[in-house]
Design a protein around this ligand. Structure first.
Ligand code: GLV
Ligand code: GLV
Length: 334
């Protein structure tokens, strides 16, 4: 009989249908909150699965899935996967890098600008009927052009944000990363590597684009926030757990930090009520890669990855192709 695969959430029907050329497909028609036990039950008897960041997959979820050979994560971040546990059982894990880089960088820049220029705060103010007359000092923000852009985690998305800042807005670009980038890339994104403290102290606009792991949890805590300029903005498009949200709420409430823009939250979809109550924070529901074209490209790539990992080519009868987004074994936090 044909191999079985599970698709944990609705993607695009025409793209998911491609799996049907090779496999018995257990698709999911509606957005579903799966419990760990349900994930384990779904994986049992499957050869492969396409999953999203909602589904955590570790030892408990795979221990009874004796035929499982491949997990294709739709998304670039894969902190939802216990990569060591998967590798120990010979299960190939993949993600969807590259196809979402520019779209996610656009979102990072949009959030940075929204925080700097108080765009969502202004819209709420207008909709609340508080605009009685144009006035000189309404909603004064900070400049983006010509300022210092700081990037924590200079991967592909970080580099794409750096290019926008340097070439589009004349920004000075600083980054902090475990390792220095090749000079060619530094030149291309006009970025200079600095230590973490210097990044915090000198950035006018700091953007987090760092993979999340236990080692990077709360890298932005009260100590880090205290080193930032009081006029600075902080944007997070990576994972919520990078920030100590209680410390951030304190800093925003007390004016020690001008504003923040958050697309991701430690307990998402729950958002800290203290953040919800603040005016100087822009909040979006984890939509960094959410353009139609990019979400289609991500679904295509995840399907390609799963098909290839299970030993097939893109179409029935084609030879297997290499997997574009194979996840390396070790944690890749930068
Ligand atoms: C989404 O957050 C992703 O990692 O692609
Ligand atoms: C993350 O790995 C990125 O693409 O920046």
């Amino acid at each position: 009989s044909r191999p079985r695969v599970w698709v944990s959430q609705p993607l695009f029907d025409d793209i998911v249908a491609r799996l049907g050329e090779h496999f018995e497909v257990g698709a999911t028609a509606q957005v579903t909150v799966w419990s760990p036990a349900q994930v384990a039950a779904k994986l049992r008897g499957c050869d492969g699965a396409v999953v999203t960041l909602n589904e955590r997959i570790g030892t408990a979820e795979i221990v009874q899935a004796s035929s499982l050979r491949a997990i294709a994560n739709v998304g670039v971040g894969y902190d939802n996967l216990d990569v060591e546990a998967l590798r120990a059982r010979g299960i190939v894990a993949s993600n969807t890098p590259d196809v979402l880089t520019e779209t996610t960088a656009d979102m990072g820049f949009a959030l940075l600008m929204a925080a700097a220029r108080r765009i969502t705060e202004g819209e709420r103010w207008l909709r609340d009927g508080r605009w009685t007359q144009w006035s000189f000092d309404t909603l004064l923000g900070s400049d983006v052009h010509g300022s210092t852009l700081g990037i924590l985690g200079m991967g592909r998305i970080g580099q794409a944000i750096a290019r926008r800042g340097a070439h589009g807005f004349g920004m000075r670009v600083l980054y902090h990363n475990r390792s220095r980038l090749p000079e060619r890339i530094e030149r291309n994104s006009r970025a200079a590597r600095v230590d973490f403290d210097t990044l915090l102290r000198e950035s006018d606009h700091l953007v987090l684009v760092l993979p999340y792991s236990p080692a990077t949890r709360h890298v932005i805590d009260s100590t880090a926030l205290a080193k930032m300029k009081p006029t600075a903005t902080l944007t997070n498009i990576a994972r919520g757990g990078l920030i100590d949200e209680a410390a951030l709420a304190d800093a925003l409430a007390s004016g020690r930090l001008a504003s923040a823009a958050l697309d991701v939250f430690e307990g998402e979809p729950a958002v800290d009520p203290r953040l919800l109550a603040l005016d100087n924070v822009v909040l979006t529901p984890h939509v960094g890669s959410a353009s139609l074209a990019t979400r289609r490209a991500m679904a295509e790539l995840a399907v390609d990855n799963l098909v290839a990992a299970l030993g097939h080519g893109p179409r029935a009868g084609d030879p297997p192709t290499p997997i574009a987004g194979t996840i390396p074994g070790k944690d890749t936090a930068k």
